[in-house]
Design a protein around this ligand. Structure first.
Ligand code: ACM
Length: 538
């Protein structure tokens, strides 16, 4: 095994992750020195500032940002002739006297900057000055376009809360990997994490709980080290701005009609007012009513919540959950039964579909799109709504075949709360499952059952960090990295010729970048260096 490691570490490689579409190494090198300038197109000064902010801490160099570039400069350039690069592609050329990054759109320049950071020694990612390093890049020309528009990561802050500073650190980690959708799971049975001005009790009464307190399994197995908490609207605005500066869209998720115990605890009128001992499709659920009732006042409550959410989040997509809705409370709630009768609905499944359609129509009327877990497909959806396929890939296939956009997020390949090893005893306690890095790297997001036309509905892929058993920022990073490195490549890079051993030859040096960023990633183990992951489920 050590021999494999040694061979991989000495392989000549630029170790770029995710792998660009085309890389040609030229003779020569360029050194970034204190005299280096950054030139930016008019109107894009923020990009120049971003590059300056990236390079300055480790180098200690000031980097003047100016309009005039040329020799000795890092030149950022928008070019209307580069339409074929699309909204996110870029060209990066390092010559011995200058660096040029050109793109059709600003996001492309941003991704060129990420590649530039990876061409430098990993110490460039340190947050404070590093001495004794020559900031040298190889001469190279790179042309790069992402495969998918949706390259996402979900963070569940409802089961265990994460501080704003950690969320921002994670966004930095995403940006380096060219991930561009941060799906933020803000509400669930175990906690409500976003301030809603109209309904202060949501955070007053339901933000200090977490999974470990509300679940007997969790209480013994997942001791929370965090106090719980929530984000004020000002916190949210800051995080959304922070993400926007890194070309990341924050997609908020407000769970409904299930996973709603925290909201019902704060406002009992939202629930079904029944004593229910146990149930629910979610393993974190230990009983009690966790489903919103279907009264007009509850629909109106949720639409008021969504109005504040839309004000905070410019995302075209607003996620409304829709998964694992436990129907028992509706079966016993006379108002819910009356609603079904009035609407001529046959069963509670149709009632759920009606519920989601109320939100769909509302979001659509405000110019947004609803997105939800694949259960929302079951009763038919409005044309603009999109689906996240999590219970395998069938939901994704059905969605694409019926003309809906879909993000592939199937448990077997993208659930990063699952074990990374087939030996669970050697790992921190996880919710179950087995998603080794090789499996993620081999994932193909476009199901073979789709025609090329249907495949256009596959927006991309997303990794899920559900936090029932993740109770600290370090643990979150341990579960995320380096598995998200593999997923970033599935989302960004072309699949032709994909080879796990070749990926490893880039990943091993890349880990130095994660170290430089103080990421508490999981070190690779011998089993992770095999071409195929060892079989077996924990
Ligand atoms: C889910 O994991 N319940 C979407």
């Amino acid at each position: 095994m050590l021999a494999i490691l040694a061979a991989l570490q000495t392989a000549p490689t630029l170790s770029l992750i995710p792998k660009p579409q085309s890389v040609v190494v030229d003779p020569g090198r360029f050194e970034i020195t204190k005299d280096c300038r950054i030139s930016v197109p008019s109107g894009q000064e923020a990009l120049g500032k971003r590059l300056q902010d990236y390079l300055r801490p480790a180098t200690g160099f000031k980097f003047n940002v100016a309009r005039s570039g040329g020799a000795g400069a890092i030149n950022l350039r928008l070019d209307s002739h580069l339409k074929e690069l699309g909204p996110e592609g870029y060209r990066l050329q390092v010559k011995d006297d200058r660096i040029d990054i050109a793109a059709y759109q600003p996001a492309g320049i941003f991704y060129g900057i990420q590649t530039l950071r990876e061409l430098l020694p990993p110490e460039i990612l340190r947050p404070s000055q590093v001495s004794g390093v020559a900031w040298v890049l190889p001469c190279v020309h790179i042309s790069d376009v992402p495969r998918f528009a949706w390259r996402g990561a979900l963070m569940d802050v409802a089961r265990h809360f994460e501080q704003k500073s950690f969320v921002e650190k994670f966004l930095d980690e995403m940006a380096l990997h060219k991930l561009n959708k941060f799906h933020w799971h803000l509400t669930d049975d175990n906690g409500w994490r976003v301030e809603i001005k109209h309904f202060p009790l949501l955070t007053k009464l339901s933000s200090n709980t977490d999974f470990s307190q509300m679940n007997p399994r969790g209480a013994t197995r997942s001791i929370s080290v965090l106090p719980g908490g929530y984000y004020t609207q000002e916190d949210i605005r800051e995080i959304v701005r922070y993400a926007q500066d890194r070309f990341i869209t924050v997609v908020p998720e407000i769970e409904m009609p299930g996973h709603a115990m925290a909201a019902i605890k704060a406002y009992p009128d939202l629930g079904n007012k029944l004593e229910i001992a146990a149930g629910g499709g979610d393993p974190s659920f230990v009983g009690g009513d966790n489903v919103y009732n279907v009264d007009d006042s509850t629909v109106s409550f949720l639409q008021t919540v969504l109005t504040e959410i839309m004000d905070l989040f410019p995302s075209p997509y607003i996620h409304v959950g829709g998964d694992e809705v436990w129907k028992e409370p509706w079966k016993h709630n006379p108002q819910a039964q009356q609603r079904m009768k009035t609407l001529g609905l046959k069963n509670e499944d149709e009632l759920e579909s009606w519920f989601i359609k109320q939100m769909d129509a509302f979001l659509t009327s405000k110019g947004r799109h609803l997105i939800g877990w694949d259960e929302i497909l079951e009763g038919g959806l409005a044309p603009g709504a999109a689906v996240m396929s999590w219970r395998g890939i069938d939901g994704g296939i059905a969605a694409a075949k019926s003309g809906h956009d879909v993000v592939m997020a199937p448990t077997d390949w993208t659930y990063f709360d699952y074990y990374q090893s087939n030996d669970p005893k050697s790992e921190p306690l996880a919710i179950g499952g087995y998603v080794p890095i090789q499996k993620i790297y081999g994932y193909e997001p476009v199901p073979s059952a789709l025609t090329p036309e249907e495949a256009k509905h596959v927006l991309g892929v997303q990794g899920q960090l559900w936090s029932e058993y993740i109770s600290s920022p370090q643990h979150m990073e341990y579960m995320a990295w380096p598995r998200l490195c593999a997923l970033s490549e599935v989302g960004w890079s072309q699949p032709q010729g994909r080879n796990y051993q070749e990926f490893l030859s880039r990943l091993l040096p890349h880990l130095d970048r994660l170290r430089a960023m103080d990421v508490a990633f999981r070190e690779l183990r011998p089993a992770d260096l095999l071409p195929e992951a060892p079989a077996g489920k924990p």
